[in-house]
Design a protein around this ligand. Structure first.
Ligand SMILES: [Zn+2]
Length: 313
């Protein structure tokens, strides 16, 4: 995180958003978006996922996008990987932060990656070992992500004790940070506050933890507020809320980056992100869509009279 920011904004529209829509952006189109958003002060962008191109043709150029993105001064470039092979490719391309995600829900993990949670933890251990065996990758951060941490479309309720067990498993295997995701938009603010408080009690206050919320049921920013109360200072979000939910056709995707930044800045929390710049990045992104829905309210309403962004104060 840049030294003077209170909250870290991690843009994921270039991965979570693009993988959820039909339109395939050109590499140049993605780079135009990424460069503009980085110039607006967004410190970290998840630019893609190292999955087989056949599975996600939208992200087939991830290695090239990484290579161009790491040339942008000051930007932390992140990417997801499904396995060791993806991690090898990500590190070879120069990714600063490798995200490895497994589902807390056993049924969801099986359906998604055809592995048990234990097998996913074993694979995570191999990825850390690979990084540690290569001195040239010693600064690469490996993030352990927990999907469906607040509920699952297959098994419904997900026990909090499972989240704690997997969090400890990831840290024991060398995770540098944790990510906690409400993949399917089931979370409510009380649940969020309770889970993150318990997680800090379990793993300690020094572990960096990020939150990934979807706005599927309109509770995205309320969940951010609850996570802030519990001490979370890193949030994933998607410009214009790009994307959606495969389980709820028509529903919105990730929380909206520009709405998130507005809320945080209005609360006096410095993000280092310029709202006007974000809207320019949004326009660049929107031009490339083929009718896919976009979301967000800041773009329509602008700032209230007398508003001073915390980053500008
Ligand atoms: Zn997501």
């Amino acid at each position: 995180m840049r030294d003077n920011n209170d909250v870290l904004i991690h843009e994921v529209g270039t991965r979570d958003g693009l993988q959820s829509i039909q339109t395939i952006f050109s590499t140049e189109g993605k780079m135009e978006w990424i460069r503009r958003e980085a110039a607006a002060g967004v410190p970290q962008i998840q630019v893609g996922s190292f999955v087989p191109p056949k599975l996600l043709p939208q992200l087939a150029d991830t290695a090239e996008v990484v290579r161009q993105s790491i040339a942008i001064p000051g930007l932390t470039v992140a990417a997801l990987v499904p396995n060791l092979r993806g991690a090898e490719n990500a590190m070879a391309a120069g990714v600063h932060q490798v995200g490895v995600v497994m589902s807390v829900s056993e049924a969801h993990n099986q359906a998604n990656v055809r592995r048990s949670v234990q097998e996913s933890l074993d694979e995570f251990e191999k990825i850390v070992a690979y990084r540690d065996a290569h001195p040239e990758y010693k600064d690469t951060v490996i993030s352990g992500g927990m999907a469906t941490a607040f509920g699952c479309t297959i098994s419904g309720t997900v026990p909090v004790s499972d989240v704690m067990r997997i969090a400890e498993g990831l840290l024991a295997r060398g995770a540098d940070r944790l990510g906690v995701a409400d993949t399917v938009g089931y979370a409510n603010p009380r649940q969020v506050r309770d889970l993150f408080r318990e997680l800090y009690e379990t793993v300690g206050k020094d572990v960096p933890i990020g939150a990934h919320f979807h706005d599927t049921r309109g509770l995205g920013l309320a969940n951010v507020s609850a996570a802030l109360d519990a001490g979370i200072r890193e949030f994933d979000s998607s410009l214009a809320g790009l994307g959606g939910c495969p389980y709820a056709p028509g529903a919105s995707g990730n929380i909206v980056t520009e709405d998130l930044v507005f809320m945080l800045e209005a609360m006096g929390l410095v993000t280092g992100v310029d709202l006007d710049g974000l809207l320019e990045a949004r326009a660049i992104m929107e031009r490339q869509l083929n009718g896919e829905p976009v979301h967000g309210t800041y773009v329509m309403a602008g700032v209230p009279k007398g508003f001073v962004a915390a980053s500008a104060a």
